[in-house]
Design a binder for this molecule. Structure first.
Ligand SMILES: C[S@@+](CC[C@H](N)C(=O)[O-])C[C@H]1O[C@@H](n2cnc3c(N)ncnc32)[C@H](O)[C@@H]1O
Length: 469
């Protein structure tokens, strides 16, 4: 992070804006909205600024910049069209350890002014760190349309009752109470303009809540998809934002973990092949223990929890213990990797069925129904098949699939580091070694792999060995 976002209290604090044109006027307006006492320094002001001076909103020093004008100032903005003057303001202000913003692209100054979405007291600031103010403005426009203007009213209503709720409920119950309010009918009433009614409903809800009631926790078993955070479901995102504790696997990508609510505890229970960080049994009991403490526990798993994810085992225990839970499906690696590799898993002309299998080795062998896998016009997707790739290809050919049948490896599918290597059943094991392919990798076998030649669209890194079908 290049800049630290802060919200500054400048109410009644003296602020200097050097410049008299449009840019200076925009900056002055922002400072005024936050309650700053603004002085403009410029030999001449734009008509807008002159009117503001006449209305008593601003003080005007009708002169050029001099360092002494910074004395007793809280912050300064250099907004002239002369880079040399802007540089001088920045240097003099920095020497006095003042906050200073320079409204040009020079990168001078020690703070930047973000694009602001004002739902006071809720304020949202967007910045591209100076890289692209247009992008920041675009984002601001999107957020403007997403966030109802009544959010400010809602914040004021909560502020009014906050102390009372804090006195009545302990912290965890308090958070749950406010979650319910913010996602329930009180918020809807505010958005519909019925603030008085919302006020009464909130008061009644506070009176009705039983502080001594033992809260039962719950568990959310959530599929995080194969890696790209944009592939999360809306429900997954909402639950990530409200969980008290998150238990996550090795396959869950960093950008997705960054979406977990900031105050939530995170417990890594990741599994690596032949190296289980936390045994499955312990994960199952941990879910129950945490839920019994009244927590909202989110179990975050790569892909879909019910596809080679042991999700069933985890909820069996919850069901038996009478702990409420919900399951949120995720995009499984087969769907995600196939889509991002440009390989349709079925196709009218090439493949009428598709099977998902796990290819992990047990004592050097793969326990699969080979006859079922070796059907014509079928796509076979192999999860966890990297270590056993040699056995897999050998057995498939031994059971009747052609050695030149196309096959693909998708490594770190859907992420920026995705690599796709196409080969045949005969050449796949050598390609794994040649390209030093690592986990997680998915194997796709079938005629559909050839379609990638026309349908490859995702630019996440590609290796096409010579001679691949
Ligand atoms: C234990 S399974 C979990 C599958 C997961 N529940 C799902 O629905 O995708 C782990 C295997 O999924 C595959 N996998 C998961 N994410 C992947 C990704 N982003 N790229 C390639 N393969 C992936 C790999 O074969 C990996 O060994």
């Amino acid at each position: 992070m290049r800049y630290l976002p802060l919200f500054l209290d400048i109410r009644d604090k003296p602020c200097l804006v050097v410049g008299g044109g449009e840019v200076a006027a925009r900056k002055a307006n922002l400072l005024l909205e936050a309650g700053g006492a603004v002085t403009m320094v410029a030999p001449a002001l734009s008509p807008t600024l002159s009117r503001m001076v006449a209305d008593g909103l601003l003080t005007h020093l009708e002169t050029t910049f001099e360092a002494g004008q910074l004395d007793a100032m809280h912050l300064a903005v250099a907004a002239t069209d002369d880079p040399a003057v802007n540089r001088e303001v920045a240097a003099e202000a920095s020497a006095r350890r003042l906050l200073v913003n320079v409204a040009d692209r020079s990168g001078e100054g020690n703070f930047i002014v973000p694009s602001v979405i004002d739902r006071s007291p809720v304020t949202i600031a967007v910045s591209s760190g100076g890289a692209s103010p247009v992008l920041a403005r675009l984002l601001r426009a999107r957020l403007e349309s997403l966030i109802p203007s009544a959010y400010g009213q809602l914040a004021l209503l909560i502020e009014k009752f906050r102390g009372r709720v804090a006195r009545r409920l302990p912290p965890a119950a308090r958070r749950r109470f406010w979650d319910r309010v913010l996602q329930g009918n009180v918020a809807e009433m505010v958005f519909a303009g019925n603030v008085a009614e919302a006020d009464r409903a909130l008061e009644a809800a506070i009176d009705a809540v039983d502080p001594s009631a033992r809260q039962t926790g719950e568990v959310y078993l959530v599929g995080a998809g194969p890696g790209d955070p944009d592939l999360l479901t809306f429900r997954a995102l909402r639950l990530l934002q409200q969980a008290d504790v998150v238990l996550y696997d090795r396959l869950v990508s960093e950008p997705i973990l960054n979406m977990v609510r900031k105050g939530a505890d995170r417990i890594y229970v990741g599994k690596e092949k032949a190296h289980h960080a936390v045994p499955q049994q312990r994960i199952n009991s941990l879910l129950q223990e945490l839920a019994r403490e009244g927590k909202r526990v989110l179990r975050l798993k790569g892909g879909d929890p019910f596809i080679f994810g042991r999700g069933g085992e985890e909820i069996e225990g919850l069901m038996a213990a009478g702990i409420p839970f919900q399951v949120v499906p995720g995009i499984t690696a087969a769907s995600g990797c196939a889509a991002y590799a440009g390989i349709p898993l079925t196709h009218r002309d090439h493949s009428q069925s598709c099977v998902f299998v796990t290819g992990h080795l047990k004592s050097g062998a793969m326990d699969l129904n080979w006859a079922q896998l070796c059907q014509p016009n079928q796509t076979v997707v192999v999860y966890m098949g990297l270590t056993g790739v040699e056995v897999l290809c050998r057995e498939l050919v031994a059971h009747g699939l052609p050695a030149d049948l196309p096959a693909a490896l998708v490594e770190k599918g859907t992420t920026a580091e995705q690599r796709v290597i196409t080969a045949t059943l005969a050449t796949l094991p050598d390609e794994v070694k040649r390209h030093d392919v690592g986990a997680p990798t998915l194997i796709i076998i079938g005629h559909v792999v050839r379609l990638r030649r026309e349908l490859d669209w995702y630019r996440g890194g590609t290796v096409e060995p010579a001679g691949a079908s």
